[in-house]
Design a protein around this ligand. Structure first.
Ligand SMILES: Cc1cc2nc3c(=O)[nH]c(=O)nc-3n(C[C@H](O)[C@H](O)[C@H](O)COP(=O)(O)O)c2cc1C
Length: 181
């Protein structure tokens, strides 16, 4: 089971569109679930125990995942705060009665893709990789970066160049190979 995590709340989000394309590239060879985490509170250590219901739900969903695939936009050369908030909650001990227990991210596998302006979310993807590795996630080397041009911003429709399509296909294949291991 792969959990897709689009980091944007925008209705016509390009990263959501990219995630839907990735589903097609998996060609029905893996079960995909879209994680919804809009209802997470902001991280606040006063709220950690007892674990808020939304946090417990999201942690359980991620625990179930064989791999998480994150699709991130770039905000000011980084990934968005919404995603950081999710990862901060996920990085804390999973077991409410054992504060030294592992997080649900420990030893989890992840793939990263991103659509943004001229940078193709390159800085956001690099910083996200650094954070994920820091919290014990194994991140696949294959990544997809998509540059959003003027036409995309005018139409709100994502189209990929042949190179971007090839990168997404390669990444989807790498994800499937990882799941088989
Ligand atoms: C606050 C803010 C900061 C942004 N900073 C960057 C940036 O540093 N680099 C970039 O390529 N695009 C930047 N953008 C543009 C977004 O990445 C772009 O609009 C993207 O489409 C958003 O993804 P979404 O369509 O999935 O919501 C920024 C947008 C906002 C709202």
């Amino acid at each position: 089971m792969i959990h897709f995590i689009p980091a944007s709340l925008r209705l016509h989000s390009f990263n959501r569109q990219l995630a839907r394309m990735a589903v097609e590239y998996l060609e029905g060879q893996a079960e995909v679930h879209f994680l919804s985490f809009e209802d997470l509170p902001y991280m606040n250590q006063d709220l950690e125990y007892p674990v808020p219901e939304a946090v417990a739900r999201v942690r359980n969903e991620v625990l179930d995942a064989d791999l998480i695939w994150i699709f991130t936009q770039e905000y000011n050369y980084s990934y968005p705060g919404l995603l950081k908030n999710l990862l901060d909650w996920l990085s804390r001990p999973a077991n409410q009665t054992d504060r030294k227990s592992q997080s649900v991210l420990a030893e989890k596998k992840a793939a990263i893709s991103g659509a943004a302006g001229a940078s193709a979310a390159g800085k956001a993807r690099a910083k996200l990789r650094e954070l994920l590795e820091l919290v014990g996630v194994e991140v696949l080397p294959e990544e997809t970066g998509v540059v959003l041009g003027k036409e995309a911003f005018m139409t709100d429709v994502l189209t990929l160049t042949p190179e971007e399509e090839a990168a997404l296909r390669t990444e989807a294949e790498a994800v499937l190979i990882t799941l088989e291991k």
